[in-house]
Design a protein around this ligand. Structure first.
Ligand SMILES: C[S@@+](CC[C@H](N)C(=O)[O-])C[C@H]1O[C@@H](n2cnc3c(N)ncnc32)[C@H](O)[C@@H]1O
Length: 204
């Protein structure tokens, strides 16, 4: 697979957050806690990444001029916090989420923060990337249906320069396959790997 690892600094935690990203993460965490307490509905596949770590990784990628353009997309954007962090740093930022309630909540959070990120309800897996049946067989925590959401967005996966996802353990290979099939050369895929931190690969 022509994906090249990007060696992310071990010292990310020494990078400072901006005041606006601290505020965004705090407000996001508050809204997520309220949502979890108030909602009868359990969204099984929704867990949140370490927003602080991902914010620092994005700062590091920017500071080192490693992103080829300004377009960001989050695959399975949950409550939208990472998509909003990308918008807060001036990126054209899009979140794709399959659960309508989470899309509504993310859109409300964007309005509350007055940030110009857009959230779309559908599958981040485009129809035109070929047959995923074999690799999808072992995937439990991603809806593996392919859809037409990029038409609604008005951008193709190949228009995004930085993509982010938080795969469940053992499922990161699925995201890399979809990214490899749909992204442009030079684009980056950043994934949150729980205790293993953050991983970044570039499509060659
Ligand atoms: C582990 S959560 C991560 C949420 C968010 N990215 C974060 O890091 O806080 C994965 C999210 O992906 C969503 N999801 C699963 N399959 C999807 C698909 N095919 N397209 C879009 N979203 C999907 C789930 O509903 C869930 O909200």
């Amino acid at each position: 697979m022509p994906l090249e690892p990007v060696n992310v600094s071990d010292s990310l935690r020494k990078i400072p957050h901006t005041a606006s990203s601290e505020h965004l993460i705090d407000l996001g965490n508050d809204r997520i806690a309220e949502f979890m307490l108030s909602s009868d509905e359990t969204i099984e596949n929704f867990v949140t990444c370490d927003f602080h770590l991902i914010d620092l990784a994005m700062t590091w990628l920017h500071d080192n001029h490693l992103i080829t353009g300004n377009n960001f997309c989050e695959f399975g954007s949950g409550y939208g916090v990472v998509t909003l962090l990308a918008a807060d740093r001036g990126m054209t930022s899009v979140g794709i989420e399959i659960e309508p309630t989470l899309v509504e909540r993310s859109t409300a959070l964007a309005a509350e923060l007055n940030l110009d990120a857009k959230f779309y309800c559908g599958s981040f897996i485009p129809r035109d990337i070929g047959d995923l049946t074999e690799i999808a067989a072992d995937i439990e925590h991603v809806d593996t249906h392919q859809g037409d959401i990029y038409q609604e967005i008005g951008m193709a996966m190949s228009d995004f320069d930085l993509m982010f996802a938080f795969p469940w353990p053992g499922e990161s290979g699925f995201f890399e396959t979809v990214f490899d099939a749909g992204a442009a050369s030079g684009a980056l895929l950043m994934t949150y790997r729980g205790r293993d931190g953050v991983d970044v690969v570039r499509k060659m």
